[in-house]
Design a protein around this ligand. Structure first.
Ligand SMILES: Cc1cc2nc3c(=O)[nH]c(=O)nc-3n(C[C@H](O)[C@H](O)[C@H](O)COP(=O)(O)OP(=O)(O)OC[C@H]3O[C@@H](n4cnc5c(N)ncnc54)[C@H](O)[C@@H]3O)c2cc1C
Length: 343
């Protein structure tokens, strides 16, 4: 049994890793370089503060997988468990706290002033309420991808970079993938993130999805003093401080527009972030970039076999791929394994 995986983001590489551990022969195809997709461009915020039972369960499973994989692969993902702080202008915008607590999340609700116990320099006039999830974390996304790629290679998975592939299917069944050359496979996994729709379109598979572009930037380093990941849910502003001291932040994406950066974003972000943390005024931005991700209409990931036999869909993570992607990949690998055993 052979499995071909399209996309070397968190979803594709983690699935490859889990399958290879079970002795399956896996090949991963990446159209550009590792880190080209959203998995190499995100802000690394990890939380389980979701408003849906399935997503919360996936996120809890995901938290454990980060710990497990780091030690199993022998690679440091530079994951820091300093909590996830969600701010909002109204209690409603904090989401379904009772549901989160029902699943054991120790989420603390606070009024603005209390947040100063977590981060002293926050401007308490820029928001009204907060929910703090102490088990939330920040991970360095590049390290996750490098680590998963190492884990794959150690298990004999071949990763082809700069290899854009399309799916070959005949008589309602996948045969493999092709770029210049044909690679035979019994199962093909569409883990192509924002590009997964394009791949499905070519096969005549209809799906409704949003492709979202999100911009982000990084400043020069200052002494590390912001512990948690901060998301202002009402304004879409997010920020955190890397272990090197840079402020990494941006504005949650709303619509498509490719992977180009804009001056408009920098101006909007600078205004929002310096209102929330006035001490950041004057810091130089060293680099800015953008990434794209795909989001399903119900906000839940797609993880299922589709109408073409042997084609598995693993995409549609929205702005949650780092928080649930490993868990989804583990589930996908189990379903694929079952399929290969039944064939
Ligand atoms: C700015 C930004 C901030 C974010 N912040 C967070 C956050 O704080 N927390 C969080 O949980 N999530 C966050 N996300 C979302 C998260 O990054 C994504 O949900 C996740 O990375 C999606 O992973 P993936 O593996 O599905 O897709 P990707 O990482 O995009 O991987 C898909 C890969 O497929 C490749 N590909 C596409 N087509 C082909 C083809 N035909 N042949 C071969 N290869 C192909 C692409 O090049 C790409 O590398 C953020 C995203 C962005 C852009």
């Amino acid at each position: 049994m052979r499995v071909a995986i399209i996309g070397a983001g968190i979803a594709g590489l983690a699935t490859a890793y889990f399958l290879a551990k079970e002795g399956i022969k896996v090949e991963v195809f990446e159209q550009k370089f590792l880190l080209h997709g959203a998995s190499g461009r995100n802000s690394g915020g990890i939380t389980a503060q979701f408003d849906d039972e399935e997503l919360i369960k996936l996120a809890i499973r995901n938290e454990k997988l980060y710990d497990k994989l780091q030690s199993e692969i022998g690679f440091n993902f530079l994951l820091r468990k300093d909590g996830y702080l969600k701010l909002a202008n109204s209690i409603e915008e904090l989401g379904r706290i009772e549901l989160q607590r029902k699943f054991g999340l120790k989420v603390k609700i606070m009024e603005a002033e209390e947040v100063r116990n977590i981060f002293e320099d926050i401007n308490t006039e820029a928001f009204k309420f907060a929910s703090f999830y102490p088990k939330g974390a920040i991970v360095f996304p590049w390290a996750v991808i490098w680590g998963l790629a190492k884990g794959c290679k150690d298990l004999g998975v071949k990763i082809y970079d700069f290899t854009k592939v399309e799916i070959v299917a005949e008589d309602g069944k996948v045969k493999g993938v092709k770029s210049g050359e044909f690679h035979e496979a019994d199962v093909v996994v569409n883990a192509a993130g924002a590009w997964s729709k394009e791949i499905n379109d070519k096969l005549g598979i209809k799906e409704e999805k949003r492709i979202i572009r999100e911009e982000i930037c990084v400043t020069e380093s200052i002494k590390p003093y912001i512990d948690p990941y901060i998301l202002h849910a009402s304004e879409g502003l997010f920020l955190s401080q890397s272990m090197r001291g840079e402020i990494v932040g941006g504005i949650v994406g709303k619509s498509d527009g490719g992977m180009t950066s804009s001056l408009d974003f920098l101006i909007r972000y600078a205004k929002l972030v310096t209102r929330l943390v006035p001490k950041l005024k004057g810091l130089a931005v060293l680099r800015q970039w953008a990434g794209i991700y795909d989001e399903t209409l119900d906000g839940k990931p797609k993880m299922c076999f589709s109408e073409i036999k042997g084609l598995y869909q693993l995409n549609g993570f929205g702005r949650k791929g780092m928080s649930i992607g490993l868990a989804c990949a583990e589930i996908a690998s189990k379903e694929i394994l079952k399929f290969t055993q039944e064939e």
